[in-house]
Design a protein around this ligand. Structure first.
Ligand code: F3S
Length: 295
């Protein structure tokens, strides 16, 4: 059996950096005895989180952060209020793994809004990345969902009418086509180009993984998606591959395959693997080795 891993799969730059920073903190803690905690699970991968739990790294929330030790902040970032609360405690070391692409949006909206510019954020209002972005805005803002429903467009029109200058950003994982649609809509409502400033803030890591998985799934006998069942980007990858390859499986680990699954996979000529942005390389390699052993 030939096993092919999608060109783009597994952890993105931001998650890899977050995992490296966590590992570094854990290594240091074995020397100095400082307790390390994660503020929310660092990644949506139960095996990784359990592995760290065995090393004594617990997942906590803002109410239960210890007053002493090390706290690791996730790559999606946190609100300004949470950040302030963490840094207030001088005996607590904050390891901020917020992805630099998300940090850049924080800095942009803070600067523009301080200059009196109103901000439009395209994204999911309840997502922690968007909460982190809006918490840094110093004036009026509007969060607009990418589906641009009739009600959304009406709110947008009112917001644009009420403000002289507008700055537009998008949540990093947004689809470029949705952002283009929003920008076109804004430019139609406000034809004066000098009044609207748009920033390109989309990170293509997620999209590249989906495109690459779609392409691979169309030319293999079966497709395996490796990643946490609680990971939304992994769920999206499964949707993408299962729509083009009927023999698609979503597993967190090898033990998740049933006997029937294994029987279906045996004797196939070529099988593809893709993995969510929270699946580390060793889990992808483990799956590849297992599938090759079925030949
Ligand atoms: Fe950063 Fe993009 Fe990953 S914003 S966390 S590199 S998906």
């Amino acid at each position: 059996m030939k096993v092919v891993v999608a060109e783009y799969s597994g952890v993105c730059f931001g998650v890899r950096r977050a995992l490296d920073l966590l590992e570094e903190s854990v290594e240091k803690s074995t020397e100095n005895g400082a307790k390390v905690v994660m503020l929310g699970p660092l990644i949506h991968n139960p095996r990784v989180v359990e592995g760290y739990s065995r090393k004594g790294v617990d997942v906590t929330d803002i109410e239960n952060v210890p007053s002493i030790g090390v706290v690791v902040v996730r790559s999606h970032g946190v609100t300004q209020q949470v950040e302030d609360a963490l840094y207030k405690n001088k005996d607590l070391k904050v390891v901020d793994t917020t992805c630099p692409y998300v940090k850049r949006i924080h800095q942009l909206v803070e600067k523009k809004s301080s200059q009196g510019v109103a901000i439009v954020v395209m994204g999911d209002e309840s997502h922690s990345e968007v909460e982190g972005i809006t918490s840094r805005i110093k004036g009026p803002y509007l969060v607009i969902s990418p589906d641009l429903t009739h009600e959304c467009v009406n709110r947008l029109k009112t917001f644009l009418k009420n403000h002289e200058r507008i700055f537009v950003v998008a949540q990093t994982t947004s689809r470029p086509a949705s952002y283009d649609k929003l920008i076109a809509k804004i430019k139609k409502i406000v034809p004066d180009r000098k009044k609207v400033d748009v920033s390109q803030t989309i990170c293509t890591a997620t999209l590249k993984r989906q495109d690459s998985a779609r392409e691979l799934s169309s030319r293999v006998d079966a497709m395996i998606v490796v990643g946490g069942k609680n990971s939304s980007n992994t769920s999206k990858l499964y949707q993408v591959v299962s729509s083009s390859n009927k023999k698609s499986f979503w597993v967190e680990k090898i033990e998740d395959f049933s006997h029937e699954d294994i029987a279906k996979l045996k004797n196939l000529s070529i099988v593809g693997i893709t993995a969510g942005a929270s699946t580390p390389d060793d889990q992808i390699l483990e799956m590849k080795t297992f599938l090759e052993s079925l030949s």
